[in-house]
Design a protein around this ligand. Structure first.
Ligand SMILES: NC(=O)c1ccc[n+]([C@@H]2O[C@H](COP(=O)([O-])OP(=O)(O)OC[C@H]3O[C@@H](n4cnc5c(N)ncnc54)[C@H](OP(=O)(O)O)[C@@H]3O)[C@@H](O)[C@H]2O)c1
Length: 271
């Protein structure tokens, strides 16, 4: 265990659990150094029993026993949480928010104090150490605090640092992206079944095809266009399939999906 800071996570729903699960699986931090707090008592008991993390009855206790505080509640609950924690937050704390659409200026406005703050947008594969997280530190955040955030999220996947202006777009792409990919796998599987494959077989073929193709892009550094060209020989089977995808406007629909999700993230910050 190389990470000697204590992490407190407020809100341990889907994403809070994905983060805890990934952190513990990566062995970056001892579970005894992870504290959790949630409005839902049953959820708190379930998570603390499952991951052997410390469950705090009050958020104040969590803040007092943490160096880094991660807020993982829904955007609509951010104001309540910020009001709840503002008195306890000290300059030594690093605050990380993963809430979609909620800007650092919104957070600072509600806290009414200067604090080390990083907005992060992870995604659900953090749960198995294959997440994609973009970090947008508030200007002035110390190198040391940025390094802590990088260590945390690098332990559960890949990390990029970007300016905050890109965070809603990141939300629309990699934050929501796993759901688009699952939909694509669902469709591939249904296609396999339609042409006679058993469901289990079709699902394995679809999933491994997505995994292998993504890994090939990452490992070769080639463009998707070039790798697509290597599979699609003129007059072959793949071209017939790709033509059908073009007729169905699949590429345009995916582009629109990212745009719409980005717009929704922007809207969440205003609501
Ligand atoms: N899900 C994703 O794939 C994903 C990816 C990237 C970022 N995010 C962001 O991560 C955040 C959490 O999303 P999620 O999908 O994990 O939501 P979620 O499953 O609803 O989890 C949020 C948890 O916070 C609890 N909570 C609500 N108000 C609270 C309060 N005042 N104090 C403490 N806990 C409170 C909720 O309890 P109740 O259920 O009882 O309200 C729930 O257990 C969101 O802001 C989202 O934008 C999510």
């Amino acid at each position: 265990m190389k990470f000697d800071k204590r992490i407190g996570i407020i809100g341990i729903g889907k994403m809070g659990e994905a983060l805890i699960s990934g952190l513990i699986r990566s062995k970056l931090i001892d579970p005894s150094k992870v504290g959790v707090s949630d409005i839902n008592l049953e959820r708190k008991e379930y998570i603390s029993a499952k991951y052997s993390v410390t469950c705090y009855p009050e958020t104040d206790d969590l803040i007092n026993n943490s160096d880094i505080v991660v807020i993982a509640v829904k955007p609509r609950d951010m104001k309540t949480v910020l009001d709840d924690i503002k008195a306890q937050l000290k300059p030594k704390h690093l605050l990380i928010s993963i809430a979609a659409g909620i800007s650092t200026s919104f957070i600072l406005r509600h806290l009414q104090k200067n604090i080390s703050l990083i907005r992060a947008m992870p995604n659900s594969p953090c749960m198995i150490g294959e997440g994609m997280t973009v970090l947008a530190p508030l200007p002035g955040t110390s190198i040391e605090h940025i390094q802590y955030a990088k260590e945390i999220f690098c332990s559960v996947g890949k990390v990029l640092l970007l300016d905050e202006e890109h965070l809603n777009a990141v939300t629309g792409l990699s934050g929501s992206g796993p759901a688009y990919v699952y939909l694509f796998i669902e469709a591939l599987t249904a296609g396999g079944m339609k042409v006679g494959l058993p469901e289990k077989v079709a699902l394995i073929l679809s999933t491994q095809t997505l995994y292998g193709s993504s890994k090939m892009l990452l490992e070769t550094g080639e463009s998707p266009k070039k790798l697509k060209g290597l599979v699609a020989t003129p007059g072959g089977t793949t071209v017939s399939g790709l033509t059908e995808l073009e007729i169905g406007n699949v590429k345009a629909s995916i582009i629109s999906a990212v745009e719409k999700a980005t717009q929704r993230a922007r809207q969440l910050g205003i609501e």
